[in-house]
Design a protein around this ligand. Structure first.
Ligand code: C2E
Ligand code: MG
Ligand code: MG
Ligand code: MG
Length: 282
């Protein structure tokens, strides 16, 4: 919210209008309008399998807001506002529908790319998620295994019993689940063992420490070993250098994502760029 208000403050608004814009209900209104007009474009960041001879397996959908006055806004500028204002469920529903519709078009030349969608803790714990997913799969025609839900570790630990119950229902629908920003949320290992998840996404804070901070390196090694011992695949996010990718590959990481591999792309760039070439070579 702060970033949003800071941006608004930098705009040449009519001062009488500007005080009105500090009203959260008006931000909510702007966002509600954007959801109905579709001014919330998605970017897709490729996820690469690092095993030899393997390649991109899918992409993570990342939301942007094309604000009429402020230009393209990042999720941290408005997702927290949506979470405070009951709008997050509508936002998550919009992203799920839009991302699934896109991924359903990635058949043919593009083989079987998956799409990963970030889902807020509010939506996860609401209990409506299994029926929303059923609706999204039905209307898009997307094969369930090509949809992955990303839930943050902190969201799951907030109410691990409810989260485990809902995630179990979702897994029964054949959808994949990834634990996002892993390592930052102080998971209890006892809970982790019971969570029905397919992938751990190591937070980029640790990846940044590769080659610089041995504590980060040990944490990453521990997470990879823990994941593999539990039969869970491990992904490193925020991979920015070749050195980081090679370090992670030498330690048996399964997947990597980050600016070194690719920036988040428009759907068109995702399907026509480097991503396509790499994929179709195999
Ligand atoms: P996240 O799910 O952990 O997504 C990864 C974020 O890291 C993205 O930022 C991505 O652009 C950025 N990133 C990727 N590679 C690199 C890298 O190599 N270096 C650095 N420094 N950053 C990298 P973005 O798009 O600003 O999203 C921020 C967060 O907003 C996401 O974190 C996610 O928690 C949330 N978010 C994004 N889209 C949605 C959405 O559709 N719904 C919900 N509920 N939350 C979303
Ligand atoms: Mg994510
Ligand atoms: Mg993440
Ligand atoms: Mg993160």
């Amino acid at each position: 919210r702060n970033a949003y208000l800071r941006n608004l403050a930098h705009c040449e608004y009519d001062p009488t209008q500007s005080s009105r814009l500090h009203d959260e209900r008006l931000i909510e209104e702007d966002l509600r309008t954007a959801i109905t007009t579709g001014d919330l474009p998605l970017r897709f960041q490729p996820i690469r399998s690092v095993a030899p001879g393997r390649t991109s397996i899918g992409a993570e959908a990342l939301i942007r807001w094309r604000h009429p006055q402020l230009g393209l806004l990042a999720p941290q500028d408005f997702v927290p506002v949506a979470e405070e204002n009951q709008l997050i469920m509508a936002l998550d529903r919009y992203v799920l529908r839009s991302a699934a519709a896109s991924a359903a078009r990635w058949y043919g030349d593009f083989g079987t790319l998956s799409v990963a969608v970030n889902v807020s803790v509010v939506t996860l714990l609401s209990g409506d998620l299994p029926s929303l997913i059923a609706e999204v799969l039905d209307s898009s025609g997307l094969v369930p295994a090509r949809l992955c839900l990303e839930i943050t570790e902190t969201a799951v630990m907030h109410d691990h019993r409810t989260a485990t119950r809902i995630l179990t229902a979702i897994k029964q629908q054949g959808v994949h689940v990834a634990l996002d920003d892993f390592g930052t949320g102080y998971s209890s290992l006892a809970y982790l063992k019971d969570l029905p998840i397919d992938t751990l996404k190591i937070d980029r804070d640790f990846v940044r420490g590769i080659g610089a901070d041995s504590r980060d390196e040990h944490t990453i090694e521990t997470i990879i070993r823990l994941g593999h011992d539990l039969g869970i695949e491990v992904l490193a996010e925020g991979v920015e250098t070749r050195f980081q990718l090679e370090w992670l590959t030498a330690r048996d990481i399964d997947y990597a994502q980050g600016f070194y591999i690719s920036m988040p792309l428009t759907e068109r760039s995702l399907l026509t760029g480097r991503f396509k070439t790499r994929h179709t070579r195999h």
